[in-house]
Design a protein around this ligand. Structure first.
Ligand SMILES: *Cc1c(COP(=O)(O)O)cnc(C)c1O
Length: 432
Protein backbone atom coordinates (compact mmCIF):
# COMPACT_ATOMS: atom_id res chain seq x y z
CA UNK A 1 0.00 0.00 0.00
CA UNK A 2 1.33 3.43 -0.93
CA UNK A 3 1.25 6.36 1.47
CA UNK A 4 -0.93 8.49 -0.80
CA UNK A 5 -3.55 7.66 -3.44
CA UNK A 6 -1.69 9.52 -6.21
CA UNK A 7 1.10 6.91 -6.18
CA UNK A 8 1.15 3.55 -7.98
CA UNK A 9 3.06 1.31 -10.36
CA UNK A 10 2.54 0.45 -14.03
CA UNK A 11 3.14 -2.51 -16.34
CA UNK A 12 6.72 -1.38 -17.01
CA UNK A 13 7.44 -1.84 -13.32
CA UNK A 14 7.81 1.92 -12.94
CA UNK A 15 6.49 4.13 -10.18
CA UNK A 16 3.58 6.32 -11.23
CA UNK A 17 2.61 9.69 -9.80
CA UNK A 18 -0.78 11.28 -10.53
CA UNK A 19 -1.10 8.68 -13.29
CA UNK A 20 2.23 9.60 -14.97
CA UNK A 21 5.18 7.25 -15.50
CA UNK A 22 7.89 8.86 -13.34
CA UNK A 23 10.74 7.31 -15.35
CA UNK A 24 9.33 8.87 -18.54
CA UNK A 25 9.06 12.26 -16.78
CA UNK A 26 12.67 11.97 -15.56
CA UNK A 27 13.74 11.30 -19.13
CA UNK A 28 11.68 14.18 -20.54
CA UNK A 29 12.73 16.87 -18.04
CA UNK A 30 16.01 15.55 -16.61
CA UNK A 31 16.82 15.14 -12.92
CA UNK A 32 16.72 16.25 -10.19
CA UNK A 33 13.10 17.08 -10.81
CA UNK A 34 10.32 18.34 -8.57
CA UNK A 35 6.89 17.09 -9.56
CA UNK A 36 3.63 18.56 -8.27
CA UNK A 37 0.18 17.03 -8.61
CA UNK A 38 -2.08 20.01 -9.21
CA UNK A 39 -5.30 18.06 -8.62
CA UNK A 40 -4.07 17.00 -5.18
CA UNK A 41 -3.29 20.62 -4.25
CA UNK A 42 -6.76 21.72 -5.32
CA UNK A 43 -8.38 18.74 -3.58
CA UNK A 44 -6.71 19.71 -0.28
CA UNK A 45 -7.58 23.38 -0.60
CA UNK A 46 -11.22 22.41 -1.25
CA UNK A 47 -11.25 19.98 1.67
CA UNK A 48 -10.25 22.72 4.11
CA UNK A 49 -12.52 25.26 2.49
CA UNK A 50 -15.62 23.08 2.51
CA UNK A 51 -15.10 21.75 6.05
CA UNK A 52 -14.54 25.26 7.40
CA UNK A 53 -17.59 26.53 5.55
CA UNK A 54 -19.68 23.67 6.91
CA UNK A 55 -18.69 23.96 10.58
CA UNK A 56 -17.47 27.50 11.26
CA UNK A 57 -19.28 30.86 10.99
CA UNK A 58 -19.58 32.65 7.60
CA UNK A 59 -16.37 34.30 6.50
CA UNK A 60 -14.20 31.54 7.98
CA UNK A 61 -11.54 30.39 5.53
CA UNK A 62 -8.26 28.53 5.11
CA UNK A 63 -5.12 30.52 4.36
CA UNK A 64 -2.45 28.64 2.46
CA UNK A 65 0.81 29.09 4.44
CA UNK A 66 2.87 29.80 1.38
CA UNK A 67 6.29 29.39 2.96
CA UNK A 68 5.70 25.64 2.36
CA UNK A 69 6.03 26.20 -1.41
CA UNK A 70 6.14 29.68 -2.86
CA UNK A 71 6.13 30.29 -6.62
CA UNK A 72 3.78 32.23 -8.89
CA UNK A 73 1.66 29.31 -9.99
CA UNK A 74 0.75 28.19 -6.48
CA UNK A 75 -0.68 31.65 -5.70
CA UNK A 76 -2.65 31.47 -8.95
CA UNK A 77 -4.16 28.18 -7.76
CA UNK A 78 -4.97 29.71 -4.34
CA UNK A 79 -6.61 32.62 -6.14
CA UNK A 80 -8.70 30.32 -8.36
CA UNK A 81 -9.72 28.23 -5.36
CA UNK A 82 -10.62 31.47 -3.54
CA UNK A 83 -8.59 30.85 -0.41
CA UNK A 84 -6.43 33.26 1.55
CA UNK A 85 -2.66 33.16 1.86
CA UNK A 86 -0.16 33.64 4.63
CA UNK A 87 3.07 35.36 3.58
CA UNK A 88 6.20 35.93 5.62
CA UNK A 89 8.45 38.20 3.59
CA UNK A 90 8.45 40.88 0.96
CA UNK A 91 9.65 38.19 -1.47
CA UNK A 92 6.54 36.08 -0.90
CA UNK A 93 4.32 39.18 -1.16
CA UNK A 94 6.03 40.16 -4.42
CA UNK A 95 5.63 36.64 -5.86
CA UNK A 96 1.92 36.59 -4.97
CA UNK A 97 1.45 40.08 -6.42
CA UNK A 98 3.14 39.13 -9.69
CA UNK A 99 0.90 36.07 -9.99
CA UNK A 100 -2.14 38.35 -9.90
CA UNK A 101 -3.23 37.28 -6.41
CA UNK A 102 -5.47 39.88 -4.70
CA UNK A 103 -3.55 40.75 -1.52
CA UNK A 104 -6.75 41.74 0.32
CA UNK A 105 -6.87 38.14 1.58
CA UNK A 106 -3.14 37.99 2.40
CA UNK A 107 -1.93 37.84 6.01
CA UNK A 108 1.59 39.13 6.58
CA UNK A 109 3.46 37.17 9.26
CA UNK A 110 6.93 37.33 10.69
CA UNK A 111 8.64 38.08 13.97
CA UNK A 112 10.84 40.79 12.48
CA UNK A 113 9.25 42.71 9.63
CA UNK A 114 11.63 45.39 8.43
CA UNK A 115 10.53 49.00 7.83
CA UNK A 116 11.00 48.39 4.09
CA UNK A 117 8.74 45.32 4.24
CA UNK A 118 6.10 47.22 6.22
CA UNK A 119 6.17 50.07 3.69
CA UNK A 120 5.90 47.64 0.75
CA UNK A 121 3.08 45.61 2.28
CA UNK A 122 0.97 48.65 3.15
CA UNK A 123 1.59 50.21 -0.27
CA UNK A 124 0.37 47.03 -1.98
CA UNK A 125 -2.70 46.76 0.26
CA UNK A 126 -1.91 43.54 2.11
CA UNK A 127 -5.21 42.89 3.91
CA UNK A 128 -3.85 42.01 7.33
CA UNK A 129 -0.62 42.16 9.24
CA UNK A 130 -0.14 39.58 11.97
CA UNK A 131 1.58 41.76 14.54
CA UNK A 132 4.23 39.91 16.51
CA UNK A 133 5.34 42.42 19.15
CA UNK A 134 4.43 45.72 20.78
CA UNK A 135 7.23 47.52 18.94
CA UNK A 136 5.85 46.41 15.60
CA UNK A 137 2.49 48.07 16.33
CA UNK A 138 4.18 51.43 16.45
CA UNK A 139 6.13 50.85 13.23
CA UNK A 140 3.00 49.76 11.35
CA UNK A 141 0.94 52.64 12.74
CA UNK A 142 3.59 55.15 11.67
CA UNK A 143 3.76 53.81 8.11
CA UNK A 144 -0.02 53.50 7.77
CA UNK A 145 -0.37 57.14 8.82
CA UNK A 146 2.27 58.18 6.27
CA UNK A 147 0.33 56.39 3.51
CA UNK A 148 -3.03 57.67 4.76
CA UNK A 149 -4.38 54.17 5.40
CA UNK A 150 -5.93 52.23 8.23
CA UNK A 151 -4.13 48.87 8.47
CA UNK A 152 -6.09 45.88 9.70
CA UNK A 153 -4.15 43.54 11.97
CA UNK A 154 -4.31 40.37 14.01
CA UNK A 155 -2.29 40.12 17.20
CA UNK A 156 -0.08 37.06 17.51
CA UNK A 157 -0.57 35.55 20.93
CA UNK A 158 1.41 32.67 22.44
CA UNK A 159 -1.10 30.39 24.14
CA UNK A 160 1.42 28.13 25.87
CA UNK A 161 0.61 24.87 24.10
CA UNK A 162 3.20 22.39 22.99
CA UNK A 163 1.65 20.59 20.02
CA UNK A 164 4.47 18.11 19.85
CA UNK A 165 3.52 16.54 23.13
CA UNK A 166 -0.19 17.29 22.71
CA UNK A 167 -0.30 18.75 26.18
CA UNK A 168 -1.15 22.11 27.59
CA UNK A 169 1.97 23.24 29.34
CA UNK A 170 1.45 26.38 31.35
CA UNK A 171 4.79 27.79 30.33
CA UNK A 172 5.47 25.50 27.37
CA UNK A 173 5.87 27.95 24.55
CA UNK A 174 6.26 31.11 26.55
CA UNK A 175 9.88 31.41 25.47
CA UNK A 176 9.02 31.22 21.75
CA UNK A 177 10.50 33.92 19.54
CA UNK A 178 7.03 34.37 18.04
CA UNK A 179 4.14 36.31 19.49
CA UNK A 180 3.35 37.66 22.94
CA UNK A 181 2.69 35.26 25.79
CA UNK A 182 -0.55 35.02 27.77
CA UNK A 183 1.23 33.42 30.73
CA UNK A 184 3.40 36.46 31.50
CA UNK A 185 0.47 38.88 31.33
CA UNK A 186 2.11 40.64 28.38
CA UNK A 187 -0.55 39.54 25.90
CA UNK A 188 -3.18 41.62 27.71
CA UNK A 189 -0.90 44.65 27.65
CA UNK A 190 -0.33 43.98 23.94
CA UNK A 191 -4.08 44.04 23.24
CA UNK A 192 -4.62 47.14 25.38
CA UNK A 193 -1.77 48.90 23.61
CA UNK A 194 -2.99 47.91 20.13
CA UNK A 195 -6.37 49.51 20.82
CA UNK A 196 -4.70 52.92 21.19
CA UNK A 197 -3.33 53.33 17.68
CA UNK A 198 -5.32 55.53 15.30
CA UNK A 199 -4.07 53.95 12.06
CA UNK A 200 -4.48 50.36 13.14
CA UNK A 201 -7.69 48.40 13.36
CA UNK A 202 -7.56 45.10 15.25
CA UNK A 203 -9.56 42.30 13.61
CA UNK A 204 -8.67 39.68 16.19
CA UNK A 205 -6.07 37.23 17.39
CA UNK A 206 -3.70 34.68 15.94
CA UNK A 207 -1.93 31.69 17.45
CA UNK A 208 0.07 28.81 15.98
CA UNK A 209 0.65 25.69 18.03
CA UNK A 210 3.29 23.83 16.01
CA UNK A 211 3.46 21.33 13.19
CA UNK A 212 2.74 17.71 12.29
CA UNK A 213 -0.48 17.73 14.32
CA UNK A 214 -2.67 14.72 13.50
CA UNK A 215 -5.75 15.41 15.59
CA UNK A 216 -7.94 18.24 16.82
CA UNK A 217 -6.61 18.31 20.38
CA UNK A 218 -4.02 21.12 20.17
CA UNK A 219 -6.50 23.27 18.22
CA UNK A 220 -9.23 22.52 20.75
CA UNK A 221 -6.84 23.56 23.53
CA UNK A 222 -5.97 26.69 21.58
CA UNK A 223 -9.66 27.65 21.23
CA UNK A 224 -10.13 27.15 24.96
CA UNK A 225 -7.14 29.27 25.96
CA UNK A 226 -7.60 31.94 23.30
CA UNK A 227 -11.29 32.48 24.03
CA UNK A 228 -10.56 32.76 27.76
CA UNK A 229 -7.97 35.36 26.86
CA UNK A 230 -10.38 37.19 24.52
CA UNK A 231 -12.96 37.17 27.29
CA UNK A 232 -10.55 38.77 29.79
CA UNK A 233 -9.66 41.48 27.27
CA UNK A 234 -13.38 42.10 26.64
CA UNK A 235 -14.10 42.44 30.36
CA UNK A 236 -11.21 44.83 30.88
CA UNK A 237 -11.12 46.86 27.68
CA UNK A 238 -14.43 46.16 25.94
CA UNK A 239 -12.80 44.74 22.80
CA UNK A 240 -14.18 41.56 21.20
CA UNK A 241 -12.41 39.82 18.27
CA UNK A 242 -14.07 39.37 14.90
CA UNK A 243 -11.44 36.81 13.82
CA UNK A 244 -9.62 34.00 15.57
CA UNK A 245 -6.79 32.54 13.50
CA UNK A 246 -5.73 29.12 14.80
CA UNK A 247 -2.60 28.81 12.66
CA UNK A 248 -1.30 25.82 10.75
CA UNK A 249 0.48 22.60 11.46
CA UNK A 250 -1.87 19.90 10.19
CA UNK A 251 0.05 16.65 9.88
CA UNK A 252 1.29 14.95 6.75
CA UNK A 253 1.98 11.29 6.14
CA UNK A 254 5.65 11.09 5.14
CA UNK A 255 6.05 7.40 5.99
CA UNK A 256 3.57 4.53 6.21
CA UNK A 257 3.72 4.40 10.03
CA UNK A 258 2.16 7.87 10.28
CA UNK A 259 -1.62 8.28 10.26
CA UNK A 260 -3.65 10.14 7.67
CA UNK A 261 -5.23 13.32 8.95
CA UNK A 262 -9.01 13.49 8.86
CA UNK A 263 -9.45 17.16 7.91
CA UNK A 264 -13.24 17.23 8.08
CA UNK A 265 -13.65 15.55 11.45
CA UNK A 266 -10.80 17.49 13.05
CA UNK A 267 -12.45 20.75 12.01
CA UNK A 268 -15.82 19.50 13.23
CA UNK A 269 -14.30 18.75 16.66
CA UNK A 270 -12.73 22.20 16.88
CA UNK A 271 -16.05 23.83 15.91
CA UNK A 272 -17.95 21.95 18.61
CA UNK A 273 -15.65 23.33 21.30
CA UNK A 274 -15.70 26.82 19.78
CA UNK A 275 -19.49 27.09 19.91
CA UNK A 276 -19.68 25.63 23.42
CA UNK A 277 -16.91 27.85 24.75
CA UNK A 278 -18.34 31.05 23.26
CA UNK A 279 -21.76 30.32 24.66
CA UNK A 280 -20.30 29.64 28.14
CA UNK A 281 -18.42 32.93 28.05
CA UNK A 282 -21.23 34.91 26.44
CA UNK A 283 -18.95 35.87 23.55
CA UNK A 284 -19.79 36.29 19.87
CA UNK A 285 -18.46 33.43 17.75
CA UNK A 286 -15.47 34.72 15.80
CA UNK A 287 -14.75 33.83 12.19
CA UNK A 288 -12.07 31.16 12.14
CA UNK A 289 -8.98 31.17 9.98
CA UNK A 290 -6.57 28.25 9.70
CA UNK A 291 -3.20 28.21 7.99
CA UNK A 292 -2.39 24.79 6.56
CA UNK A 293 0.90 24.81 4.68
CA UNK A 294 2.53 21.41 4.39
CA UNK A 295 -0.75 19.50 4.45
CA UNK A 296 -1.87 21.28 1.27
CA UNK A 297 1.27 20.69 -0.80
CA UNK A 298 3.42 17.96 0.79
CA UNK A 299 1.85 14.85 -0.73
CA UNK A 300 1.22 16.74 -3.96
CA UNK A 301 5.00 16.66 -4.40
CA UNK A 302 7.65 14.12 -5.35
CA UNK A 303 11.33 14.50 -6.24
CA UNK A 304 13.05 12.35 -8.87
CA UNK A 305 16.80 11.77 -8.96
CA UNK A 306 19.23 9.70 -11.02
CA UNK A 307 21.49 7.28 -9.19
CA UNK A 308 25.23 7.81 -9.64
CA UNK A 309 27.54 5.88 -7.39
CA UNK A 310 26.50 2.86 -5.36
CA UNK A 311 29.15 2.30 -2.70
CA UNK A 312 29.25 -0.76 -0.45
CA UNK A 313 31.53 -0.49 2.57
CA UNK A 314 32.03 -4.11 3.53
CA UNK A 315 30.63 -4.91 6.98
CA UNK A 316 29.50 -1.28 7.44
CA UNK A 317 26.94 0.25 5.17
CA UNK A 318 25.79 0.93 1.64
CA UNK A 319 25.54 4.36 0.07
CA UNK A 320 23.36 5.22 -2.89
CA UNK A 321 24.35 8.67 -4.18
CA UNK A 322 21.88 10.69 -6.22
CA UNK A 323 22.33 13.78 -8.41
CA UNK A 324 20.71 16.17 -5.89
CA UNK A 325 20.76 16.33 -2.11
CA UNK A 326 20.62 18.90 0.67
CA UNK A 327 20.48 21.68 -1.92
CA UNK A 328 17.01 20.60 -3.08
CA UNK A 329 15.91 18.89 0.16
CA UNK A 330 17.71 20.06 3.31
CA UNK A 331 15.14 18.62 5.69
CA UNK A 332 16.97 15.48 6.82
CA UNK A 333 20.13 17.53 7.32
CA UNK A 334 18.18 20.14 9.30
CA UNK A 335 16.01 17.97 11.49
CA UNK A 336 16.19 14.29 10.58
CA UNK A 337 12.94 14.55 8.62
CA UNK A 338 11.51 11.19 7.56
CA UNK A 339 10.79 10.35 3.92
CA UNK A 340 9.72 7.34 1.89
CA UNK A 341 12.23 6.44 -0.82
CA UNK A 342 11.48 4.16 -3.78
CA UNK A 343 13.57 2.98 -6.73
CA UNK A 344 11.14 4.37 -9.30
CA UNK A 345 12.62 2.45 -12.22
CA UNK A 346 12.31 -0.85 -10.28
CA UNK A 347 9.17 -0.07 -8.33
CA UNK A 348 7.72 -3.58 -8.46
CA UNK A 349 10.87 -5.32 -7.17
CA UNK A 350 11.21 -6.21 -3.49
CA UNK A 351 12.63 -3.28 -1.50
CA UNK A 352 15.29 -5.41 0.18
CA UNK A 353 18.45 -3.36 -0.23
CA UNK A 354 19.37 -1.45 2.92
CA UNK A 355 21.25 1.77 2.21
CA UNK A 356 21.65 5.43 2.96
CA UNK A 357 20.52 7.67 0.15
CA UNK A 358 22.90 10.62 0.01
CA UNK A 359 23.44 13.74 -2.06
CA UNK A 360 26.39 15.04 -4.04
CA UNK A 361 27.39 17.97 -1.81
CA UNK A 362 30.72 18.20 -0.02
CA UNK A 363 29.17 17.54 3.40
CA UNK A 364 28.89 14.22 5.21
CA UNK A 365 25.55 15.46 6.55
CA UNK A 366 24.19 15.72 3.01
CA UNK A 367 21.78 12.85 3.48
CA UNK A 368 18.30 12.41 2.05
CA UNK A 369 17.45 9.40 4.21
CA UNK A 370 19.44 6.92 6.31
CA UNK A 371 18.96 3.16 6.36
CA UNK A 372 16.02 2.80 4.02
CA UNK A 373 15.07 -0.36 2.17
CA UNK A 374 14.72 0.03 -1.58
CA UNK A 375 15.02 -2.20 -4.65
CA UNK A 376 18.75 -2.41 -5.30
CA UNK A 377 19.62 0.37 -7.76
CA UNK A 378 22.53 0.75 -10.15
CA UNK A 379 23.95 3.77 -11.90
CA UNK A 380 21.26 5.32 -14.09
CA UNK A 381 18.26 4.09 -12.09
CA UNK A 382 15.67 6.66 -11.02
CA UNK A 383 15.03 7.23 -7.31
CA UNK A 384 11.82 8.87 -6.08
CA UNK A 385 11.54 10.65 -2.75
CA UNK A 386 7.87 10.97 -1.83
CA UNK A 387 5.92 13.77 -0.14
CA UNK A 388 8.42 16.51 -0.98
CA UNK A 389 5.90 19.20 -1.95
CA UNK A 390 6.40 21.22 1.24
CA UNK A 391 9.61 22.88 2.44
CA UNK A 392 11.78 21.42 -0.33
CA UNK A 393 11.77 23.87 -3.25
CA UNK A 394 11.12 26.71 -0.77
CA UNK A 395 14.20 25.74 1.27
CA UNK A 396 16.45 24.93 -1.70
CA UNK A 397 19.86 26.58 -1.96
CA UNK A 398 22.69 26.93 -4.45
CA UNK A 399 25.34 25.45 -2.15
CA UNK A 400 28.27 24.06 -4.15
CA UNK A 401 26.86 26.19 -7.00
CA UNK A 402 24.27 23.57 -7.72
CA UNK A 403 21.37 24.83 -9.84
CA UNK A 404 17.84 24.43 -8.46
CA UNK A 405 15.63 21.83 -10.16
CA UNK A 406 12.49 22.81 -12.07
CA UNK A 407 8.95 22.27 -10.84
CA UNK A 408 6.81 20.32 -13.29
CA UNK A 409 3.09 20.34 -12.60
CA UNK A 410 0.83 17.41 -13.46
CA UNK A 411 -2.77 18.21 -14.30
CA UNK A 412 -5.07 15.60 -15.79
CA UNK A 413 -3.09 14.20 -18.73
CA UNK A 414 -1.01 17.37 -19.10
CA UNK A 415 2.47 18.01 -17.69
CA UNK A 416 3.92 21.52 -17.77
CA UNK A 417 6.78 23.53 -16.29
CA UNK A 418 5.74 25.94 -13.50
CA UNK A 419 9.31 26.87 -12.49
CA UNK A 420 12.20 26.49 -14.95
CA UNK A 421 15.40 24.66 -14.11
CA UNK A 422 18.12 27.12 -13.13
CA UNK A 423 20.88 27.49 -15.70
CA UNK A 424 24.60 28.05 -15.19
CA UNK A 425 24.01 31.66 -16.23
CA UNK A 426 21.37 32.01 -13.49
CA UNK A 427 24.04 30.99 -10.99
CA UNK A 428 26.35 33.88 -11.91
CA UNK A 429 23.60 36.42 -12.64
CA UNK A 430 24.47 38.68 -9.70
CA UNK A 431 28.22 38.13 -9.74
CA UNK A 432 30.03 41.32 -10.78
C1 LIG B 1 4.78 27.52 9.38
C2 LIG B 1 3.52 28.16 9.75
C3 LIG B 1 2.33 27.66 9.23
C4 LIG B 1 2.25 26.42 8.38
O1 LIG B 1 2.68 25.29 9.08
P1 LIG B 1 2.49 23.84 8.39
O2 LIG B 1 3.14 22.90 9.33
O3 LIG B 1 3.20 23.93 7.08
O4 LIG B 1 1.03 23.65 8.22
C5 LIG B 1 1.17 28.34 9.52
N1 LIG B 1 1.17 29.45 10.30
C6 LIG B 1 2.32 29.95 10.82
C7 LIG B 1 2.26 31.17 11.63
C8 LIG B 1 3.52 29.31 10.57
O5 LIG B 1 4.65 29.80 11.09
Amino acid sequence: MQICNNIGTNKNGHLTFAGFDTVALAKKYGTPLYLMDESKIREKMRAYKSAMKAYFPDGSMPLYASKAASFKHIYKIASEEKIGIDVVSVGEIFTALKSGYDLATAYFHGNNKTDEEIEFAIRHNVGHFVIDSIGELEAVDREAEKQGKIQRVLLRITPGIDAHTNKKIATGNVDSKFGVAIATGQAEEFAADALKYKNIEISGYHCHVGSQVFDAEPFVDAVDIMMDFAHRVKEKYGYEPEILNLGGGFGVRYVASQPELDIKNSIKDVAKVLYRKCSELGMNIPKILMEPGRSIVADAGMTLYTVGSVKEITNFKNYVAIDGGMTDNPRYTLYDAEYTVITASKATLEPKYRCSVVGKCCESGDIIQENVHIAKPERGDIIAVLTTGAYNYSMASNYNRIAKPPIVMLRGSEDYVAVKRETLDDLIRNDI
